[in-house]
Every structure is written in C-alpha cells, then in structure tokens.
Unconditional design. Structure first.
Lengths: 358, 358
C-alpha cells in the first residue's frame, strides 16, 4: 500500500490505526498495508504514519512478523497491548480508523482505550486504494487466476456417473492446492442438476446422473489474493432448454465483458449483460448482480450491479458472471475475472467456455 | 437457538435484528438463529421476536431459504430492503442488535435506516447462549471432530521424502472433504522442521526431510460447525531435544484436559497445562493461550487463557492445545476438542497422540 496516498486523501489525519479482529470480524486492510503473506494476526494492529508502519501483535505471531522484516511491537497481555496503543499514538489527536474494518463493539472498546482522540473514518479511502491494484497485486491475482484456469480445464475429466457433489468439490480443492493455492478462496460450489438452481448451493451429496448440468464455482487464494471462476458443464447431452440457457448465458457474459472498460459505469456493464438474458425466454431469471471486485476478499468492492453508479478504473479487477436459474430444473452461470484496462479488459481466467458435453 | 432464552436475558428488548454482512464482517449468529445449513446470505438480516423468526434476504438466496422452510421476505433493491426493515420493526422501540456482529460502518448505516429506535446490545447474551451447545449442535461438532480424527490417523501414511508442506495441506483438505466436510474450517497449517516454530505458519513449500517434525493443524466444517485438531509427527527419529519437547507438550496437554470440568476457571486450566512446560527446560516457550471455544467459528468464545477469569460450563466445547516453539529449530503442538461435562470432559478428537516416528 502507498501510505503517502492514503494520508493525501486524509489530510487532517496524523496517524492511522487498523485493527484485525477475529475470523468473522477481520480487516483485510491489515494485510493490505503490511503485505504480510503468512500468519493470522488475530486481534493485532498496524499503526501507520506517512513514513512508518508498526505492527502490534502477540507473541503468537511475533516470529512470523519478524521473518517478513517489519517493525514489530509484541505484547504478552491485554494490559500491555493497551499501553502500547497509547504509546504509539501519543501526541496524535486525529486518528484514522477503518469503520468498515472493525465491529461496532471493537470500535466502542477502542474509543474507551484511547479516550482523547478524534476518530476519523478512513474506510472509504482505503477501499478506493484497494480497488486499484498495483503491479505486485496483479501478479498475485494472475497467479490465483492461473490456478483456477488450470483446474477448470481438468474438471470435465473428473466427471463420472455417481460422483457426488461433495467429492467433486474435494477434488477441485485438492487440484487448486496441488497447483499452488494456499487454500480455496471460498467454499467451492459444486451443484448438479436441480441443485444448480440455487446460486450459492454448497455441501451437497447428490450423485451425478446423465443429462445433468454441473455448475462449479470455485476460487484459489494465492498469497492472500483471490480468484473466482464459474464454469457449467453438461454430463451427457442436455435438453434443448438447458442448451438454450447455456448459449444465452454465454452471450450475456460476452456482452458484459465487451462493455467493461475504464470510465464505464458498472450499472451499464450490468445492463449490457442483462439485456441479453431479459430479451430471451429466460427474462427475469438472472437474479443477482453481474459481478464484484476480487482482491484480498473474494467478494470485494466494487459491485457491478443495476443498483449502483460505479465508475470503473484501470487496474480494477472484477468478475463478470451472469447466470440463469430455474427452480427444480437447474441453472447455468459463467464467471471470469477481468482486469479493467483503458479501452477494455483483460480476461485472466482462461478455462474454455464453449458448451462442453462430457 | 432458543429465542425465548435470548429474550429472557434481555427483558427490555421487543425485537432483535441480526445482520450478516460480507466475508470479513459477517455474523455467525445469523446462522445460529436460523439454522440455515446452506447459502452465504451476505447482507441479509434475521428479525426475531419471542415467537417468530423472519429472514430478510435477496433473490440470490431466496431458493435456499425457502428450501429450509423459513419465513422469508425477499428484496430486489436496497430501497426495498430498507423498507422491509422498517416494516418488520414497526411499533418497536427497543431493538436488540449484536454489536460484535456488525461493523461500525454498518452500525451507523442501520441507525440511519431506523432512526426512531433505541438500540440495545444483545451481543453478550447471544455469545453466552452460543457457548453452551445444544444436543443438535453437539451432534454436528462430533461429526466435524470424527472427520479430523479419521484424517489424523492417516497422516503418517502420507509422509514421504520430498513431500512439500503445500502438498500435505492439499491432501489433508481432500481427505477431510472425502470424509464429509463441507470445507476446511480454516487454512490448514502444515509445517516441517523449523517452520513449525511459527504457530500460525501457512502456505509453505518446504520439502520434508528425515529427522524433521511435521506439525499439522487442521479442522473440518460440517453443517457450519467446526473442529480443530493439531498433531505433531516425526519423519525419522527426532533428536533428543525434540523428543523431550514432544513428551513435555503431551504431558502438558494431559494436565490441561484433566483440569477441565464444569465450574472450573479457564485460567486455572491454562495454569495446569502451563506449569508442566514452565517447570521443564522449555520454560517460556508456550507463547499462546491454552485453548478457545469451537462452534460456528473455529476460534470462538470462550478463551482458556492466563489473562481471563472465565468459568467453564457443561456443554461448552473448547480446544486444549499447548505448544512449545523454538525459532530456527521447530515446534510441537497437540490439540484436541473437548466437551465440558459435570465432572470433567469428553475428548471428541481421537487420533493417536503417542509419539509417532514415521
């Protein structure tokens, strides 16, 4: 992260304190600013000034932080941690905090620990910086995308009669990690036949049968950066409706990708893809937004949706993922990650997309 | 969840609104109260009264929510969502909110959407209910524990010269899912030799060599409930110091498990285990708390730590996981999940713990 830029966006702020809580309430901005590739750093802080960065953590993560050559302060008790917080922020009145990065309870507790500060929300500016990926970040995102692309190519070879959704998800995860992922970036969705009508289906045990659609939505984490890709395959020849569904979604996705470019409103990109579906027999069946940012979170800012005016910029990385869902029948979704460029975009998830019958 | 109990603990509250944000800021209490086993339900709400429960979600999750037979209100725009929030909370002044479950930014936004309410923090009472597991929850936790136990038994068979940490983590995850896990409950830690000195090591590519310790810390998610187990193995005969380290940690863990019982202070349980390490040559090398709750989060309340007075109760589920870490040399940790009983505890992760040389 470019700390100078963050302070330029918040001229009144003298220091910035970012708190990484626990699993349901953590702040990826902690890792954005520190670039720490390993460790959990639960209940740890980073304190930033224009020129310095200090990690405040427990003994549990000390070794990890030191191995990445950072300025580290280690506490062994809550009391010591609170004293450290006071010490590093001494003399500062206007303290930047990411209001989106910590729970309301943690906010109140921080106010209590640092009673004489004026807290300033720097969440919007951190988010705006995180949306535009640096070269270093793009390298990591491309590697995460390469991993899913490779695995996506091999999924048709994994399909066979009687395979369960859970087994397929297990195989996909295994192949991602074999290919260099630290972990899946979210719970892999493997949905067969009617289960594919639930966009966020997971944890199923349906056995694969001839004629069914196989929807697989999966992502890899590489050095904390995420990819997110969906492919829909057919196990045996699909009926005519499913075939039409596939072609419609594929055309919709192509229209969406074509509409992406720097300066474009995300709402219009969504509209370009939606128009293809809504002018087909599948009108109204595309029941979610077209896409979302990918970065340190798999569902990151910005959203590409009919609900929001949001202007794309160069080096944002977003998904383009239209889908059609018919309850009790099935669904098709096709999703790629793209880097926004000046005149268009670069698609970085490259597994084949033409209709594949296995 | 027993909504009656939650309202009994908060007599002044007329309704409770729980908000499940996105991946870094979500509230497991949403799933605790709804028992929804599938779906992400990002940016969704549950509204509770003593007698009723209503899920407020987007079309994206509608199908999933309906398949689990819940009362569901579906919005297709942010405006519609805000209107629904107003409508369901109409006539209510004192509205319970989980201050630990939503970000400060989301709290401010909710205040803005519902301007005439008095918000009351029900976080502590939800947390206290979540700590005591119901029979239904214990069944799920036991299944999650069974899965890791089974996989733990098979890890020695996976070890061979040149295996990388990443490959081992991939295999462990695969075996967990093959055995019924929805996903790993956290990024699997597989650390060889000196890497095992970082308690939260992950994403490594060290190749296994004879004489090294193999520390594997892994967990399974089963219907959203987590397990968390660590085993340390030796690939080839360890040197005397590592052998002593293993025996010390094993004795420490036995002392910790022995100290667990309903009514006991977690601080004393931590002390019982810590005493074994601190009266050995490894004094001061046990650099974290003894354990934590497991439930819908893998690091859940309560903590067993020297820092906190916390009294254990029947049907809490906690980990007992002492460790010893020597930078540049290695580390050993042994971790089990236990259910607190009236007079002791039941260990539910059952993979062998005697020193194993592969």
């Amino acid at each position: 992260m470019d700390a100078e830029k963050l302070f330029d966006l918040n001229q009144n702020v003298e220091g910035i304190l970012i708190y990484n809580g626990t699993e349901s309430s953590n702040d990826p901005s902690f890792f954005y600013s520190t670039q720490l590739t390993r460790g959990l750093f639960e209940m740890s802080y980073v304190f930033l000034t224009r020129k310095n960065l200090k990690v405040i953590t427990s003994q549990l993560e000390e070794e990890t932080a030191r191995s990445e050559d950072l300025d580290v302060e280690v506490f062994t008790s809550g009391k010591q941690r609170d004293e450290l917080l006071k010490e590093v922020t001494k003399g500062i009145t206007f303290l930047g905090i990411n209001y989106s990065g910590l729970s309301h309870a943690d906010f109140l507790s921080l106010k209590d620990k640092l009673p004489n500060k004026e807290f300033v929300d720097v969440g919007e500016s951190i988010s705006s910086l995180r949306q535009i990926k640096s070269e270093r970040e793009i390298t990591k995102l491309k590697e995460a995308a390469r991993i899913v692309s490779k695995v996506g190519e091999n999924i048709p070879g994994m399909l066979k009669d009687g395979l369960t959704e859970g087994e397929l998800a297990a195989k996909v995860n295994y192949e991602m990690m074999k290919n260099g992922a630290t972990s899946p970036s979210f719970d892999t969705i493997a949905a067969f036949g009617p289960d594919a009508a639930e966009p966020h289906f997971s944890g199923g045990n349906r056995k694969l049968k001839k004629g069914e659609v196989v929807l697989v939505d999966f992502g890899a984490k590489y050095q904390r950066y995420c990819s997110d890709m969906t492919r829909s395959y057919f196990f045996g020849k699909p009926d005519r409706e499913m075939q039409e569904m596939y072609e419609t979604v594929l055309n919709s996705q192509a229209a969406g990708i074509k509409a992406v470019k720097s300066g474009e409103n995300g709402k219009l990109v969504d509209a370009a893809a939606r128009k293809v579906i809504d002018s087909s027999k599948f009108k109204g069946r595309f029941i979610h937004g077209l896409g979302h940012g990918v970065g340190l979170n798999v569902h990151d800012h910005p959203a590409l949706s009919s609900q929001m005016d949001f202007f794309l910029k160069e080096n944002m990385v977003v998904t383009v993922e239209p889908g059609v869902y018919i309850p009790n029948k099935g669904g098709v979704r096709i999703e790629d990650d793209v880097i926004v460029t000046k005149n268009g975009c670069q698609v970085i998830t490259t597994a084949p997309k033409e209709l594949q019958v296995v």
